[in-house]
Design a binder for this molecule. Sequence first.
Ligand SMILES: [Fe+2]
Ligand SMILES: [Fe+2]
Length: 501
Amino acid sequence: MRIAHISDTHITGGEAYKSYAYDLTVSEINRLNFDLVVHTGDVTNSGLREEYERAEYELKKIKKPLVVIPGNHDVRNVGYELFEEFIGPLNGVYEFKDGVLIWVDSTIPDLSDGRIGRHKFRWLKKVLEEYSERPIKIVASHHHLVPLPNTGRERNVLFNAGDVLDLLLRHDVTLYLCGHKHVPNVYRVEDLIVDNAGCTSCRKTRRGDVNSYNIVEIEKDRIGVTVRRLVGEEETKSHRPVKSKLFIPRGERLIRIVHVADTRVSDRVYFRRKVLENAIRLINEKLKPDVVVHSGNMVDVGIERNFERASEFWEKIGAPKLAVPGSSDMTCLGHELFPEYFGEPEVTPLRDFTFIPVLTPQYEYEVGSVGRFGQRKLAGDLESAEGTRVVFMHHNVVPIPGSREKGFLEDAGDVLKILTQHGAEIVLTGHGGNAFAVRVENTVVINAGSLSWELHRNTFGNSFNLIDVYPGMIVAFEVQATWGSRRLLGIWPLRPSSGAP
Ligand SMILES: [Fe+2]
Ligand SMILES: [Fe+2]
């Protein structure tokens, strides 16, 4: 199966559209061997009738089976009605030998943001269940699922990207196709390939890049994605899905990490003191970790009284402790008090591991930021660290199920790229009030739920994470804070530290 993945043609009579780029790409696609062409949206620039008329004419030049998905630009000016008139259904299913492609309209009228809303989400789930037997399952939508590098400020990821990602992983989806950001990128998230196309014929490329499309090759035990630029080198990324196998710990456990977040010590009714006390007892008496990492939101509001109480709890933990601030810690006097009570976060070697803190919260603001300066520091810290590297911070870099993803970390795309490119082995985050873990490329990203705050988003209840690392293997559990019962978040291979990219 070979797919030509085009996107963001932005067809218009004006300057945005580069018709020669479109024609060159289409003639190449017609000439080469493809089973299917998928256009992941922004076919037109403003959703106007004259643009749709031209788009209908231009799309007819493609002489292969074609699936077209609406983008945010197509639905401007109530263009979604014209899309159906000139192009076809907004959502649908395309069957092929061994597989299925489900395309989903993720647009919201007059917004650039994306969403797969409640009813459509259920429809997608139902279709995935119906086709569960097919070995190849492809989902295609306009908006991106995982933050992208080199796109400036991270925005317009699907509002419910965490839920969608979780759904696709649970249904063993092979491939997610999307566009929108005008930057080509390929990520492997567990065994799901997330394929972002660049822009095929829009003037708006980024970092001085040129127009491109992606070539997807799906074979029995390999998926390859090639970014094919109008000019310049091709880049191919190949992935062989890992057949599920039994993980057996070899040798002694290297480290045990207890990972907590969102304790939110305060005198508000939402703070569950007893749950926190119980968890501390469990950690000290039963779990006996080598280190406890707190991924932020130690207090609910950054005032002295809260920090004082929080540090009393913190002192009760017997193991070595590391903490970074979260958004709620950085309110009121938090920027002064957090380092006073919990110390300035520093790179800390421990056994054969190096723990690298990243400061993400901004003063009095929920959205996080590392910043370009901070990103360079992170890259440097990763390069110079010895042994297995554990990066810890507050804001999540992959979307979390059950929460609305709106500006979680404004440079999440660039930060995620640094983490994966430098091969950080483990990343610990603690935003969004829900436990979740996935491997992106070779980096295991683990988010902690809320330890003792009633306003969480986790049906399991208040919890913390337990991460055991063995030679060649990482295993993570979520531990229910009241009962101590565990559920598995994941098991992943641990590659020997690779250092610089
Ligand atoms: Fe676009
Ligand atoms: Fe778009």
